[in-house]
Every structure is written in structure tokens, then in C-alpha cells.
Write a protein that binds this ligand. Structure first.
Ligand code: SF4
Ligand code: F3S
Ligand code: ZN
Length: 103
């Protein structure tokens, strides 16, 4: 599961589409965590798609991640600022790849 303390335990490795990326990143095998308020551990995501389907405000968008061992697409929190903290995505992800900081 994603480490809910990722913002303390990881270093920022850069940005992607306006959100932070938390390392380590070693493309294409290791991609880190995308987002901060809505955070997706790309190294755990296996492209189930429930988060895209269920998010009521369309926070997530697919991004291509060719060569990653878990899946070659990931749910990117492209619109994390729209999040209304409903926690649906956290509940439906089968591999607990998502953390939403609702505190
Ligand atoms: Fe979307 Fe709700 Fe998840 Fe926020 S907590 S990203 S609104 S499903
Ligand atoms: Fe990935 Fe979980 Fe969404 S596996 S696509 S973050 S439901
Ligand atoms: Zn991203």
C-alpha cells in the first residue's frame, strides 16, 4: 500500500502536469508517487481503473508508462485541486495505491 507519510519519507523528484512527483524515480521501472493532496503510487498502481470510473469530479487521467513492471498505464491525479475528499478512490482501489489527505 501507499505510504501515507510519503511527504515526510520521500524527496520531491520533480513535477508532472502541475503536481509534485515524490521519488525515487528510475524510469521506466520506478516511477514514484504522483500528486500530494491526491497521491497515487505509480509503482503500486496496476491500472485497475476503478478510481477513474468512480471519482465524481474526474480527478484522474490515464498516462502512458511503457516498460513499468506493474502496468503500462497509470491513473494520474491530473486534477487533484478538484478533489472533494469523498474518499471513494481510496476505498475502491484494489491495491491501495491512493492516499487522499483529507485532514
Ligand atoms: Fe475523486 Fe473522491 Fe478520490 Fe477526491 S477522494 S480524487 S473526489 S474519488
Ligand atoms: Fe491504479 Fe488503483 Fe486506480 S490500481 S487505476 S490507482 S483503482
Ligand atoms: Zn502525474
Amino acid at each position: 500500500a501507499i505510504d501515507p507519510q510519503f511527504d515526510q519519507n520521500r524527496e520531491k523528484a520533480g513535477t508532472h502536469e502541475g503536481h509534485d512527483v515524490w521519488g525515487p524515480v528510475e524510469e521506466p521501472e520506478q516511477l514514484g508517487i504522483h500528486g500530494t493532496h491526491v497521491a497515487v503510487d505509480f509503482d503500486i498502481c496496476l491500472a485497475d481503473g476503478a478510481c477513474l470510473k468512480d471519482c465524481p469530479v474526474d480527478v484522474f487521467e490515464w498516462v502512458d508508462t511503457p516498460g513499468h513492471p506493474e502496468s503500462e498505464i497509470k491513473a494520474d491525479p491530473a486534477n487533484e485541486a478538484q478533489c472533494i475528499d469523498c474518499m471513494l478512490c481510496v476505498d475502491v482501489c484494489p491495491v491501495d495505491a491512493i492516499d487522499v489527505d483529507s485532514g
